[in-house]
Ligand binder design. Structure first.
Ligand code: F6R
Length: 620
């Protein structure tokens, strides 16, 4: 949820750390802060609000040059978003500076313990205890190389909850230490320099060589002794090395006004890349990492799809496809509810967890609950090596590339495609679809990038419509079948970006109550299914458009090319290319993303960083 950066090397640490924070600001923007070691002590600067506030403060009163520094961009949990609560936090003796992502669940007891020794706390955060405890543990650790890492191990072993901690000590001017449990941390390895980051975007402009840190591990980076990773007991472990295949440019806006617009424009590529290389040597479809046998997949008699927010909407679409293609019953549930209601799971249950970030705590906890019940877990994830795929039995990566805008767009389309692949893989392994049937659907999937690209070329009228809707109080979204999750997603995008009240409904449900809110001029967006194939469904939705129009609604209709039935009832008609019914969400979602973005932009809001949100929600 927060962004963390650390640097040790020959460059001016403040420049490197601020550069990293700029790329990680999407993770939280309640406050930002930095600490560098200079003249035998910690020099810090921190400011509430966006990074720009900190940069302004630093321009007015610069920190000294240094070769070692840490930085943080915050999404507040314990303690409001104030200067005082901004990280880094410095220990009472002034020697340790620490930044933290996550929640230390036993901080109250630890705080009392510190206060009993006479320490006065300077903030309301849970993090501050880690700074004081580290200072004390450092004093207690044997002198010599590795002393700060030893202190970090001792403190980390006492913490409960989720944390990535990065710390420096005034007596160790060449060393940074970090530890992680249930929160992300990657190490970048340059030429005579080392980087720490919540994700690789923090250091991608300096190096692509990365090391993955495992659960409950401590890393020490030292300009002279290099990199050492241990578990909390001190046993040395070899971190997995990998080369990042994103370039720095991929994390920039590429000429678009907003990252979100860039990411929307990248959707044809994201869909194409997610489909890439899925055909194995035997012509069958393949997952990325499989720790399950075909027999395991054949034994599955029930599927749960568990995820949050936009990823939950992808899960709802998965249900239609998986049930239709495999005839296995599928339940879809938001992760934060899943484990608290004692779901019925066993070895023959497949739990599909969907997460763009791979770090969402609600989803991670649902995954762990599923594994405790012996269910098999398959992850659909966009971030390679993140916690959720690492803890799953099988993984299908969406290759959407880095998503910087807080609102999910390209990762959503890629997730839907990945869900289709999961359905097809299950159908293939279980022999419920002939190879040529699977191949025919794959051929339709391969047309989707082109269809999305076509939608993107005809969005000017949607932008114009968006500008005209900027003063709306409420906008409703209706859909049936796979159009229903698309309606939910359209409403979510609008709420989170434009702060306008919006709701998505199953179109048939409207007459059971919600239709009462429709007033003269209420905008209602209707996602219309293809008239081909399932014409019964189509006819019902056309009737629903007439019902809302008869009550004064201003109808905004999304319908495929050639669907003339909707023309008389559409105040605004948005055309999308013809696509098979089950696959249609990949194209019908796109105008809704553009609509929300344009309305938010017209209202003058920050499209990439909407208020109160964070990209990666690593608390429950
Ligand atoms: C909405 C959005 C969120 C995320 C949700 C899950 O635009 O981005 O609703 O979809 O927080 O995040 P992941 O997919 O990272 O688990």
């Amino acid at each position: 949820m927060c962004g963390i950066v650390g640097y040790v090397g020959p460059q001016n640490a403040l420049d490197v750390v601020l550069g990293g924070l700029r790329r990680l600001e999407y993770r939280g923007y309640d406050s930002a802060g930095v600490a560098v070691l200079a003249d035998g002590g910690q020099a810090t600067a921190k400011k509430a609000g966006k990074l720009a506030n900190l940069e302004k403060a630093l321009a007015d009163s610069p920190l000294p040059e240094s070769t070692i520094g840490i930085g943080h961009t915050r999404w507040a949990t314990h303690g409001g978003p104030t200067d005082r609560n901004a990280h880094p936090h410095v220990s009472a003796d002034g020697k340790v500076a620490v930044v933290h992502n996550g929640i230390i669940e036993n901080f109250a007891a630890l705080r009392s313990e510190c206060e009993a020794t006479g320490i006065e706390f300077a903030s309301e955060t849970d993090t501050e205890v880690a700074g004081h405890l580290l200072a004390a543990a450092y004093e207690a650790a044997p002198a010599g190389p590795g002393r700060l890492a030893e202190a970090m191990r001792a403190v980390s072993s006492r913490l409960e909850g989720a944390f990535t901690l990065v710390a420096s000590h005034a007596d160790e001017p060449d060393t940074l230490v970090a530890s992680r449990r249930n929160s992300p941390l990657v190490v970048g390895v340059g030429d005579g320099e080392y980087f720490l980051g919540s994700d690789v975007a923090a250091f991608i402009s300096h190096t692509r060589e990365a090391r993955e840190l495992g659960q409950d591990q401590v890393v020490e980076i030292d300009r002279h002794r290099g990199l050492t990773v241990t578990d909390f007991a001190g046993t040395v472990v070899e971190p997995a090395a990998y080369t990042v295949d994103w370039d720095a440019e991929a994390a920039e806006k590429g000429g678009h006004e907003w990252f979100m617009l860039k990411e929307i424009a990248e959707q044809p590529q994201a869909v194409a890349d997610t489909l890439l290389g899925r055909l194995g040597e035997d012509g069958g479809l393949v997952l990325d990492e499989v720790r399950l046998t075909d027999q395991d997949l054949r034994d599955i008699d029930k599927v749960f799809v568990v995820s949050c927010g936009t990823s939950f909407h992808a899960g709802l679409i998965a249900k239609y496809a998986i049930e239709h293609w495999t005839r296995i019953p599928v339940e879809v549930e938001v992760a934060s509810e899943f484990r608290y209601r004692d779901p019925v799971l066993d070895r023959s249950t497949l739990v599909v967890v969907i997460s763009q970030s791979g770090e969402t705590m609600d989803t991670l906890m649902a995954l762990r609950h599923a594994k405790d019940q012996k269910a098999r877990v398959l992850a659909i994830c966009n971030v390679n090596g993140s916690t959720i795929p690492r803890e799953s039995d099988a993984v299908l990566y969406t290759h959407a590339g880095p998503e910087i805008a807080v609102a999910s767009t390209k990762s959503f389309l890629a997730q839907i495609v990945a869900c289709y692949l999961v359905g097809l893989i299950l159908a293939q392994v279980r022999g419920v679809k002939y190879a040529d049937e699977v191949a025919a659907i794959v051929a339709e999937l391969q047309k989707l990038p082109e269809a999305v690209a076509q939608v993107l070329t005809q969005m000017e009228p949607v932008r114009e419509l968006g500008r005209s809707l900027a003063d709306a109080d409420t906008i409703l979204f209706l859909g049936r079948h796979v159009g229903f999750p698309v309606a939910l997603e359209g409403a979510l995008k609008l709420k989170e970006l434009a702060y306008i009240h919006a709701e998505g409904f199953a179109a048939g449900e409207l007459k059971h109550g919600p239709i009462a809110v429709i007033d003269q001029g209420t905008p209602v967006v209707v996602i219309v299914p293809s008239p081909r194939g399932r014409s019964l469904l189509h006819g019902k939705v056309v009737s629903n458009i007439q019902e809302v129009r008869a009550r004064g609604a201003r109808t905004i209709v999304i319908a495929e090319d050639g669907d003339d039935d909707v023309v008389p009832y559409a105040d605004h008609l948005i055309r999308v290319p013809r696509t098979p019914t089950l696959l249609a969400p990949v194209v019908t979602t796109v105008p809704l993303q553009i609509l929300a973005c344009e309305i938010a932009d017209t209202r003058g809001f920050d499209v990439d960083q909407p208020r109160n949100l964070a990209k990666s929600v690593t608390v429950e």
